[in-house]
Design a protein around this ligand. Structure first.
Ligand code: F6R
Length: 369
């Protein structure tokens, strides 16, 4: 039940820290990662793959885009992300050296299930990252990493997204270790930062009063844009998806570098743009690029709400509002940055008097094509 929360979504957002802790539990060793549960996808099998395709839908696919950056950077195995339904119907190139990773909260999404079946029939290796024990997709995959985020009841996926990202980060570290592409020290550094995430998430959750005010101030808004680069790009798309799903406001997420290739035409005075800002401390170049993007849209009258790292003073002159998250490693930033966006969608839908748990036209588990 809701346990005193006004909605399942509010409850599930508040459970983010526990979800992440549960995904990590039993899988971190002193300085590394232990994924003995991968069974037949053992070290030898993982050394035999030369390509990874992540298949998923909606929020799970956005988590897959975050996973792509991390797995590819760490393991040097090329990774692509495909929407499961697009993958299934385009005759993808697959062989026994391809690992197809499906990501699904429910484990019952028909589009994703069919993509996995197609991959297996073509001889590809299959791994499921799933939140629901014993669901169909993990049962038809060779190996499974359960996210253990706990049941998610609200139609809009929140804590499961965090857990999906964590599951992929763990797999990426494991693959990097197996293939010798990361030093033990580098792996240990990420492991240290992963351990900090639950507490950092609690901090983010404790500091959301400004999001509440923002949502009330914006309850008549007709369109919101989201901008990000690198792993902030999927965060931007996830923020937009959540907003359109539960508040029925037109929202779109863009990669910062795409702005001048089209989307900047949408910017007019008063347009609100959320910008996901990478930490200047460990992503200086990307940070300067996103600041340029902010300057371009501000010059055209946009109002900028930045999601930025706590110590980032450089963003202040450029943003109308700054939502703060603690400093972490670049690949881990999405887990913290997405939370204010989830809360913003929740607060805005609530301010509009909508049923956040049961948005119109949507079902929690899409078991038809
Ligand atoms: C968004 C949302 C959907 C699901 C998508 C995949 O908030 O809930 O986009 O993420 O339908 O569902 P699963 O993960 O169950 O395969």
């Amino acid at each position: 039940e809701k346990g005193g929360w006004p909605s399942f979504m509010a409850k599930e957002v508040s459970e983010g820290p526990e979800a992440v802790a549960n995904t990590l539990r039993g899988r971190l060793t002193d300085h590394g990662v232990d994924l003995g549960e991968l069974g037949v996808l053992d070290d030898e099998a993982l050394r035999g793959i030369d390509r990874i395709v992540i298949v998923a839908c909606g929020t799970a696919a956005y988590s897959g885009l975050v996973g792509k950056y991390a797995i590819e950077t760490w393991s040097r195995v090329p990774v692509e992300v495909d929407l499961a339904h697009e993958f299934r119907y385009r005759d993808p190139v697959l062989d026994e050296r391809t690992l197809v990773i499906s990501i699904s909260q429910s484990g019952e999404t028909m589009d994703t299930k069919m993509a996995v079946e197609h991959a297996a029939a073509a001889g590809a290796r299959t791994l499921s990252i799933c939140n629901t024990q014993g669901a169909t997709i993990p049962r038809q995959s060779e190996a499974v990493l359960y996210t253990h985020a706990g049941p998610e009841v609200a139609v809009a996926s929140t804590k499961a997204f965090l857990a999906q990202v964590i599951g992929q980060l763990l797999f990426g570290l494991h693959l990097a270790k197996v293939r010798g592409t990361m030093t033990d020290e580098a792996i240990a550094e990420v492991v240290e930062e992963l351990r900090e995430l639950p507490d950092e998430l609690r901090q983010v959750l404790a500091e959301q009063e400004s999001v509440h005010e923002l949502a009330h101030w914006m309850s008549d808004t007709r369109s919101v844009l989201f901008l990000g680069r690198h792993v902030g790009y999927p965060v931007a798309m996830e923020g937009a998806l959540k907003l359109k799903e539960i508040s029925y406001i037109h929202a779109e997420g863009f990669a910062g570098g795409e702005l001048k290739h089209g989307p900047i035409a949408l910017i007019e005075p008063g347009q609100v743009v959320f910008v996901v800002v990478p930490s200047p401390r460990n992503q200086a170049l990307l940070h300067s690029k996103i600041i340029s993007n902010i300057q371009e849209i501000r010059a055209r009258g946009a109002r900028v709400i930045a999601v930025a790292e706590a110590g980032d003073a450089a963003v202040l002159p450029y943003a109308d509002v700054v939502l703060r998250v603690p400093l972490t490693l670049p690949m881990l930033e999405p887990v913290l940055q997405v939370v204010p966006l989830h809360i913003f969608a929740l607060e805005l839908a609530t301010a509009k008097g909508l049923d956040v748990d049961q948005p119109r036209n949507l079902a929690k588990s899409v078991t038809v094509e």
